[in-house]
Design a protein around this ligand. Structure first.
Ligand code: NAD
Length: 486
């Protein structure tokens, strides 16, 4: 059911959603999302209270449990179809609401979710037979899953999580990112529309109108929530992992890239800029800093410039540091720390350059600069198209610095090389969940690379590239002395 949306149609829908959801002004004068309306109709599955959302998700869970696998698969097929058809709307809505990322890339991310998120085929049973009979191990649902989703891939994560969690037989309640409520809840509504259209329950997944840390706390503590899944930065992953419940944590990354002197430099430069600028560097897997062998660094930089990179001087880089990293005070400890400015995350390179008085043409998509290893552009997860390049003399130094820059997140790393020993050494040393060789970062989540996709990459808790089976618990059934046929 392909619908070809025109730009004008997308703009209309985005305006309608934004207008219908942003009607209230808070005490502080900020606009807050208040309504559950979309184009004059109620968004399905979006509740005022977290307790009501959990009750609805529990009813959804009971309905899914009663469905056959093929009925579940029918609902999932319909979610895929709607996700494909409405990808441009969710992409435009996401950019409009969060002010981050790029519509064409967000559209591609939704299509990727629709095409490559595994469904029920991921749920596989195991059988062991022997002298004592037969033992069956099945992947069973947890029940109601509580999912915390980020602002960087809001609707992508809601739909990807929904497909996997429903395929596993669970119900889901979301606590979406406060900066992406409209986009996330549009996706919740989409999943529910798909369910109803495919003969499933009217409310299959649920969410709240105004997610906060308090609604998250209610979710953590609710007796009906059996599994928590958190996709976000270090703070929220820590809080979920200390909730006392079974939790899957998909946390921050700071993916380094090594380019050695055996690489195809022109290809490496293009791949790195393509990956680094995808959705303006919002994906947690995107290239964040480069360690280039000194003997190919000039050529690499020159090839990057042919692919839309603009090199800034050290002085300009210092000016940019003061704009993209701002002081933030921890309310509990009073300690002031530099953090990434939310006004700069996911913005176009042109917009960032404009802030330091540099005007560039429309084809510039990435800011590059040579820095030392200690530079904040190397150390901080910026999530914007700024790429620092550090020269290294050899593979020993490259691996040493790249591992340090990854900060033990064990998330993602990249390398461009034809030297199998160097590739293997770095992969072993960095121990990341994803390691991409000679390709843009997004190949690691199935975009131009083999394998399924996910927007919840669980490094800290070890599930890795999550899929339906990650959201299951194993149950065993034993039949002694019987049920064998040999
Ligand atoms: P964020 O950390 O700002 O917020 C994530 C969610 O957690 C939001 O809903 C937020 O309101 C909530 N939250 C924050 N602190 C909380 C707390 N103490 N208790 C309860 N809820 C809390 O995330 P973001 O800025 O939208 O996303 C960017 C971060 O997420 C980056 O660090 C990125 O690397 C990471 N990320 C990781 C993955 C992955 O798969 N590993 C995917 C996407 C994003």
């Amino acid at each position: 059911m392909a619908i070809n949306w025109t730009d004008a149609q997308i703009e209309d829908v985005v305006k309608a959603v934004i207008n219908s959801l942003s009607v209230q002004t808070s005490d502080k004068g900020n606009k807050t999302w208040d309504s559950t309306q979309y184009c004059g109709r109620k968004l399905i599955g979006v509740y005022e209270k977290m307790e009501d959302a959990i009750d609805a998700a529990r009813a959804g869970y009971l309905a899914v449990r009663a469905m056959s696998l093929s009925e579940r698969e029918k609902v999932i097929a319909q979610i895929r179809a709607l996700c494909r058809a409405e990808a441009p709307v969710m992409a435009a809505l996401g950019v409009s609401e969060t002010k981050m990322g790029k519509v064409e890339h967000k559209t591609a991310k939704h299509i990727l979710v629709a095409d490559k998120t595994p469904g029920t085929s991921d749920i596989v049973s195991q059988v062991k037979t022997g002298d004592d009979g037969l033992t069956l191990t099945e992947m069973a649902p947890f029940g109601v899953v509580g999912s915390i989703t980020p602002s960087t891939n809001p609707s992508e994560t809601v739909i990807c999580n929904s497909i996997g969690m429903i395929a596993a037989g669970n119900g889901v309640v979301f606590n979406p990112h406060p900066n992406a409520i409209a986009t996330s809840n549009y996706a919740v509504d989409l999943v529910n529309r798909a369910s109803a259209a495919a003969g499933g329950p009217k409310v299959l997944v649920a969410s709240v109108i105004k997610p906060t840390l308090d609604t998250a706390k209610t979710m953590y503590q609710h007796k009906d929530i059996r599994l928590l899944v958190c996709t976000g930065g270090p703070g929220v992953v820590r809080s979920v992992l200390s909730s006392g419940k079974k939790a899957i944590g998909a946390g921050a990354g700071n993916p380094p890239v090594i380019v050695d002197d055996t690489a195809d430099i022109a290809k490496a430069a293009k791949d790195i800029i393509d990956g680094c600028t995808f959705d303006n560097n919002l994906p947690c897997i995107a290239e964040k800093e480069v360690f280039a062998f000194a003997n190919i660094a000039d050529e690499l930089i020159s090839e990057m410039k042919k692919n839309g990179a603009f090199q800034i001087t050290k002085e300009q880089a210092e000016k940019l540091v003061d704009i993209v990293l701002v002081d933030s005070k921890n309310p509990k400890t009073g300690i002031v720390k530099k953090t990434v400015s939310r006004d700069c995350v996911g913005r176009d390179a042109r917009v960032l350059l404009d802030k330091i008085g540099v005007r560039v043409s429309d084809d510039i998509r990435c800011i590059i600069c040579e820095t030392e290893f200690e530079h904040p552009f190397v150390q901080e997860e910026l999530m914007m198209p700024i790429l620092p390049i550090v020269r290294v003399p050899d593979i020993d130094r490259a691996i040493d610095l790249a591992v340090k820059a990854e900060h033990g997140n064990r998330h993602t790393a990249h390398m461009h090389s034809k030297n199998i020993d160097n590739l293997t050494r770095f992969a072993r040393a960095v121990e990341t969940t994803i390691f991409v060789k000679n390709a843009p970062s997004y190949a690691g989540i199935g975009f131009g690379g083999e394998g399924h996709t996910t927007f919840t990459i669980a490094g800290p808790t070890g599930e890795g590239i999550t899929s339906a089976r990650s959201f299951t618990r194993l149950r065993r059934c034993v039949m002694v002395d019987n049920f064998r046929i040999i």
